[in-house]
Write a protein that binds this ligand. Structure first.
Ligand code: GDP
Ligand code: MG
Length: 282
């Protein structure tokens, strides 16, 4: 994406701007068709004395106004019950890794954190989370192999209450026999958690891989329709994707990015910062 804006700067220095080319470049940079059309429309009203820097400045202004203020941090409850965070997304997006990183971040801030291994579809997924839990010295609840993920969340919630945990983070499966089953399973997990605590889950975070571009928008639409998302975790920002897709996701669905994944280590994880993101994007 950085290279993308640099090339925009180089290409649009002449007064005779090729609007179609500009539009195609913006869409190609993961900003999505709607936002790209809007930026082009705004630029057109500025007449013909445009330079590459105008293109960049206007893009920055648009993106900042869409993203708004920084999202609120995760909050601890005051009634002694755990804040329940459901982590969802397609296979390979980085859910399990993000659960571990988020748990590590919250623990480092002084909170008591517990993990629930509710991706019971693959045995390897439970083992993967277990390795993280051992390494980061975090308590983890798991169930029987191929067991009911909602039952794992139920058990985990009871244990979290008994242990006085502040945050319970539930990892989930990204793939079942089909997408319908997956969405049904997520709804069931929510129902079961809701019976334990009417306000749970308090956060439902969708994990998307920055390198998948417009696929991430499609995933966000689908998951948002099936279950109410409270935020995104955008992973692999250390790779080729610079995360431009989180802008149209925010614009179209109103779902804010809460955290970013920046590598494979436990500490490669940060709360999302709008100003820093826009600067790095441009
Ligand atoms: N480079 C990089 N790799 C990541 C990041 N987050 C996750 N991964 C890697 O992506 C792969 C899939 O992650 P995983 O957590 O198993 O995805 P899940 O299937 O959604 O649970 C693993 O190899 C992770 O190490 C990230 O922010 N940066
Ligand atoms: Mg996983």
């Amino acid at each position: 994406m950085a290279g993308f804006f640099k090339s925009l700067l180089q290409r649009f220095t002449k007064p005779d701007i090729d609007w179609n080319e500009l539009e195609a470049s913006l869409i190609g940079g993961d900003l999505g068709p709607r936002l790209s059309l809007r930026i082009v429309a705004e630029l057109k009203t500025m007449g013909h004395k445009l330079h590459g820097q105008d293109v960049v400045d206007l893009s920055r202004k648009s993106i900042r106004s869409i993203l708004g203020a920084n999202p609120p941090p995760l909050t601890k409850r005051t009634d002694g019950k755990p804040t329940v965070i459901l982590v969802i997304g397609v296979n390979g997006a980085g859910k399990t890794t993000s659960c571990a990183k988020l748990a590590h971040l919250l623990k480092s801030e002084g909170h008591r954190v517990m993990l629930a291994a509710a991706d019971t579809f693959r045995a390897a997924a439970v083992e993967q989370l277990e390795v993280w839990a051992d390494r980061l010295e975090l308590p983890m609840v798991k169930g029987a192999p191929q067991g009911d993920p909602a039952a794992v969340c139920f058990d985990a919630h009871q244990q979290a209450c008994a242990a006085g945990v502040d945050f319970l983070i539930c990892d989930t499966a990204g793939r079942l026999h089909n997408r319908h089953n997956l969405m049904e399973e997520l709804r069931k997990i929510r129902r079961v958690l809701g019976r334990q605590d009417a306000s749970a889950p308090h956060e439902t975070l969708l994990v998307v891989d920055a390198t998948t571009g417009s696929n991430a928008l499609q995933q966000a639409r689908e998951f948002h329709k099936a279950t109410e998302l409270t935020g995104l975790v955008v992973t692999k920002l250390d790779g080729s994707g610079k995360g431009g897709i989180l802008v149209p996701i925010r614009e179209e669905l109103g779902v804010p990015t809460r955290f970013v994944g920046l590598g494979e280590k436990a500490t490669d994880f940060q709360a999302f910062d709008v100003a820093r993101f826009v600067d790095e994007l441009l």
